[in-house]
Design a protein around this ligand. Structure first.
Ligand SMILES: Cc1ncc(COP(=O)(O)O)c(C=O)c1O
Length: 476
């Protein structure tokens, strides 16, 4: 019989081969980042192309690691959106800083288990430190705390669980939001057991903000129907237009009505770092919970969401479960087990990327990069206002500007103008100049630029706007 200690399975590599593989990966990543501006910002392919390229059974025997890496870099990784390209303006871009990227590599290489203090004392302490930076940036009291999550969606889910538990997990819960709120809010509400008729969407006003009197009415109506409101969800930067709900008024209403206020600041929250953003987000600190995404406007690689709760004890009351097999991990209140604050037990060490990049560049550099995104959006707005062929559909807000190609013919059917704008968008993307996405504002097809990369210059924005005008000229 074969003795089990004869030989270990060969899943290890000699040090030299490890270094060679990592060095090649580093060289390729740095070359990609250095060459980004000269690349197209998006490369897609249909499934029919990708299936024959990639579909295969797992090989029984291994192959040289360098060849595997080269194949991934040739056939897989480039067929994607380059969300960190200086002219990637679609959806919500993400342009990570290099120390953040390296931090993810370190976290994986050191294989940090960031669920309990026992598993990761140093990393847990560091997560406490970074979460406390966020607390201070928000202006939250000492009682506040939170944790890193995979993204904004997970942060929202954690927050709504805390809200539901805070309200005693009622049988017929209801949550309130505007028609501009991110789909993650509705999804989270569904996951926590809110029935469709308990997910109340209030029609937004002309500035895409939630009208507080309407919300007030909806709360009363829901109560009359037997619902228990467990959360009002406000936007600190909608994904559509960057609109910010009246946070202070909402906080006053929620305090009066004793309802949990969640502010979804996944997209816009880190604008709080610069003076202008802080003023715009005034009142965010009054919320019971806030969702943030460091992989958006804090320039971190995916995944780096965060939930902050004004009274962190509420988060722990909602999530802490103490099984016997984890009894060894109870090291006293001081030693925080982050698994007590959210969905995941096994967690990666996401705080490291924020810490390493902020330590490397300093807060001032982040502040400047965020302010620059807002300024570029303002300049894009001015450009559109002055253009004879474009029109603004919503004013720039927190780095987002929505507009369209306009027609000189007032009789042109609305559907035809929508179609033309769709074609303009497709034309610009196909030209490789820029990647932009669209949305509908009050039913009108809108082009949308979300300007967030720290590498984006006015030249990038102007070139994109000129390409849009040019496509418009061809089609109108
Ligand atoms: C306002 C807002 N909320 C929530 C989310 C969801 O965050 P994530 O994609 O990180 O889960 C997004 C993503 O774009 C967003 O813009």
């Amino acid at each position: 019989m074969k003795k089990i200690d004869d030989k270990t399975p060969s899943l290890s590599m000699p040090a030299g081969a490890m270094q060679e593989l990592a060095q090649r990966a580093t060289d390729l990543i740095v070359a990609r980042i250095e060459g980004l501006r000269d690349e197209i910002p998006w490369r897609g392919a249909p499934r029919t192309t990708l299936e024959p390229l990639l579909r295969e059974p797992p090989p029984e025997a291994g192959q040289p690691a360098l060849a595997v890496l080269e194949r991934a870099v040739r056939d897989v990784l480039p067929i994607a959106a380059r969300v960190d390209h200086p002219r990637f303006f679609a959806f919500v871009p993400s342009a990570p800083t290099w120390p953040g990227v390296v931090a993810d590599y370190l976290a994986a290489g050191f294989n940090v288990f960031q669920g309990t203090w026992l598993g990761s004392g140093g990393p847990s302490q560091l997560e406490l430190v970074v979460i406390d930076w966020f607390r201070q940036w928000i202006g939250y009291p000492d009682s506040a705390g939170g944790l890193f999550t995979s993204g904004g969606s997970a942060a929202i889910l954690d927050a709504l669980v805390a809200a539901r538990e805070h309200h005693g997990a009622p049988a017929q819960p209801a949550v309130f939001m505007s028609d501009q709120s991110h789909s993650a809010l509705e999804r989270a509400a569904r996951i926590i057991g809110v029935r469709p008729d308990g997910i109340v969407k209030i029609a937004s006003d002309d500035e895409f903000r939630i009208p507080v009197p309407e919300l007030n009415r909806a709360l009363a109506e829901a109560r009359a129907l037997g619902f228990t409101p467990i959360a009002v969800c406000a936007n600190a930067g909608t994904t559509n237009t960057g609109a910010i709900d009246p946070l202070t008024e909402l906080a006053e209403l929620c305090a009066r009505e004793r309802i949990w206020l969640h502010v979804d600041a996944a997209y816009g929250g880190f604008a709080m770092l610069c003076e202008r953003g802080k003023a715009l987000l005034n009142g965010m600190d009054l919320a019971d919970s806030i969702s943030l995404d460091a992989h958006k406007w804090l320039f971190q690689p995916f995944e780096a969401g965060c939930v902050m709760v004004r009274d962190v004890a509420k988060l722990e009351q909602a999530f802490s479960v103490q099984p016997e097999y984890l009894q060894d991990t109870r090291l006293g209140m001081q030693q925080v087990n982050f698994s007590d604050r959210g969905l995941q037990l096994t967690r990666s060490f996401r705080a490291l990327k924020v810490w390493m990049s902020v330590q490397t560049f300093g807060v001032a550099a982040f502040r400047e990069a965020i302010a620059q995104g807002m300024e570029l959006a303002d300049r894009a707005g001015d450009y559109v206002r002055k253009s004879s062929s474009l029109e603004l559909l919503s004013p720039p807000s927190l780095g987002i500007v929505c507009f369209r190609v306009r027609s000189p013919d007032p009789q042109l059917p609305a559907a035809r103008l929508d179609q033309i704008n769709e074609q303009v968008q497709a034309g610009v993307i196909a030209s490789g100049v820029a990647m932009l996405s669209s949305t509908r504002l009050r039913g009108v097809y809108s082009l949308r630029l979300c300007i967030m990369s720290h590498q984006t210059t006015w030249d990038d924005v102007r070139t994109t706007l000129q390409a849009i005008e040019e496509q418009g000229r061809i089609l109108i």
